[in-house]
Every structure is written in C-alpha cells, then in structure tokens.
Design a protein around this ligand. Structure first.
Ligand SMILES: [Zn+2]
Length: 320
C-alpha cells in the first residue's frame, strides 16, 4: 500500500455520519445554474462554516493535449457522456472560505482575474458578495502553487500581496520547489513566469508557515498529503462534531474526464504516476466511506459524493 492510499484510508470516520444526518441534499442542475449565477453557497460541517466561491471557467480548447496518449475524439466522447459541451473543455474554478474558531481561512485564492476572460469572478466582486473582504482573512492555506490557485493572492502588475496581514500556510515540499532560484531554468518555459512571480512575493510575506505530513493547521482543518499533481499538493479535511468534508484540490480535475477514466493521466500533473495513484486512492476511499468530497475544478456546486457508474465513476454535487 503506498503512502497516499494509507493516508486517505486512515481517517474519515465522520463521513458516514454526515450521510446519515441527511443535512445535505443533491440538487437538480437548474438549481446548480442559479447557484453559479449567485457565485457562492455555504454549508456547515459541525461548527465550521464552509463557503464555496465560484471563480468562473477556462474554456480550454486542448482536446488532444489534456490527457497523455488519449485521442481528441475520446476526450470529446467523455464530455458528451457527461452531458457537457464539446466546444471546449470546461475547466471551472471554485475556491473555499472556512470559518472556524473565530478565524476566517481562505483555501487557495482563485485566479485573480489574471488567467482567462471568463474566469476571475471572485476578484471582480464575487468574494465581496459572499461577505469576505481582504482584511477579514486571517490565514491562507495553499493547496499547491499553480496559477489558478495563487494568482488571486497577488496583484497582476506588481505581485503585491492581496492579503499581506494573513498567515500563509503551504506544504514545505511545494514551497521549497517553487521558491528555489535554481528551479527557474529547469522548468518548462510556460512555468518560468509563475516561479518568478512566486519568488517575488511569497518569501517577503511576513508570516509564512510551512508544514509537512498530515497536520491540524487550524482547529478542525487538517492537511492530507496528496502528491502528484504538484510536488507538495495537499488536500484539506475539515472535521467538526463527527461531520467532515475533504477538499481534494486538483487531485482530480474535470470529473467527466479524469474521474470517469481513472487511468487517464492529466498532462498538467507534475508526477503522472504518483498523481494517478493518488486519484485512485481517493476514489477508493470516497466510495468505501461514502465521503463528502470537494474539488477545485468540479464545477459549481463543487462538493458532493463520488458514486459508481457501472465500471466508471461520477461526481454528484450536493448543497445544504
Ligand atoms: Zn487547478
């Protein structure tokens, strides 16, 4: 059993209880469209409030490039099977605000309206509409340091810190990878600008906390290593009073493609074999334990259940 699988199998006792309480309802897609328009929704995990913030979509045209060795037609067929458009691959964005023990915690920062014209809704007023202003944010937990997760933490032209007074919490492996000056020339060209921006901003943040392994970062909020997509990619398990939800970041992106086809390898995964093993372990545990799961790229709403669908799997969103 690999490390990732063991970690994911270790602790989800509260999830079954969540299913039994019935406090989450699966919603019809028309309601999902309304929710997307509203831009946010919240639910409780025990005493903790979890707010999902919609940040728009990247209309990715790369049908033949997204999954290693998978033909364009097979990608389109998978989107069709899931009832999605085949005009583009919809890569949706949603990040999370957690209110626990009097603290306001951001899990990732969104695209910051710096990635695609159809994304960045949070920076364009969506976060404020959910009642969150920058001065309220005590802590920012970063799942990994890809652009769509951290551009919202820094201003476009200046790299100025959007939350200068917040504590930044990042897995140490992830942080050290991106902040090493020697990494820049070794990265593919499309990633070099990202590393430069990270190095211009994060080392100057006044309060950066690095963590390793599976730790309680703030009350009821634990890191869960789920490496592969990025060197130190981290999931977050929120637990309170026997309920929990595990926000898996980019361990699975676009369920229609990579949840439905667990052997497909995502072209953006840093270590494809490790990422594939992580993905399978998460799905195995989610099914076995009837877990609540949230994904950064699952569409909106972005928390729900993974269910079996013949030999495949689907994501079934839920809201309160
Ligand atoms: Zn992402």
């Amino acid at each position: 059993m690999n490390t990732t699988r063991r970690q994911f199998l270790a602790s989800s006792a509260g999830v079954a209880a969540l299913g039994l309480t019935g406090n989450l309802a699966f919603l019809p897609s028309a309601q999902a469209a309304d929710l997307r328009k509203k831009g946010h929704y919240s639910y409780k995990i025990g005493d903790i409030e979890v707010i999902s913030i919609y940040d728009g979509v990247w209309q990715n045209p790369g049908f033949g490039a997204i999954a290693k060795g998978v033909a364009e037609d097979d990608v389109k067929a998978a989107l069709t099977k899931a009832g999605q458009t085949t005009e583009y691959i919809p890569i949706e964005f949603a990040f999370t605000v957690i209110k626990s023990a009097g603290k306001t915690i951001l899990l990732d920062g969104g695209t910051g309206a710096q990635l695609a014209p159809t994304a960045g809704l949070a920076a364009k007023g969506g976060l404020a509409a959910a009642g969150i202003t920058p001065d309220m944010v005590d802590t920012v937990i970063v799942s990994h340091m890809h652009p769509d997760h951290i551009f919202g933490l820094m201003e476009k032209e200046t790299n100025a810190q959007v939350y200068p007074n917040a504590e930044i919490m990042v897995n140490e492996t992830e942080y050290n990878f991106w902040t090493d000056p020697a990494i820049i020339p070794k990265l593919p060209e499309r990633r070099q600008g990202l590393a430069k921006r990270i190095q211009a901003t994060f080392p100057n943040w006044k309060n950066v906390t690095l963590f390793n392994g599976d730790k309680e970062l703030v009350p009821g909020v634990n890191s869960v290593e789920s490496f592969g997509h990025a060197p130190g990619h981290t999931s977050i398990r929120i637990s309170s009073n026997g309920d929990d939800v595990t926000l898996i970041g980019d361990a699975i992106i676009v369920p229609a493609l990579f949840l439905a086809n667990l052997d497909w390898q995502l072209a953006f995964d840093a270590d494809k074999d490790q990422a594939t093993a992580t993905r399978k372990a998460i799905v195995e545990q989610a099914i076995a334990d009837n877990m609540m799961i949230g994904g950064y790229h699952f569409g909106f709403p972005n928390a729900g259940k993974i269910e079996k669908d013949g030999n495949s799997h689907v994501f079934v969103p839920a809201v309160v």
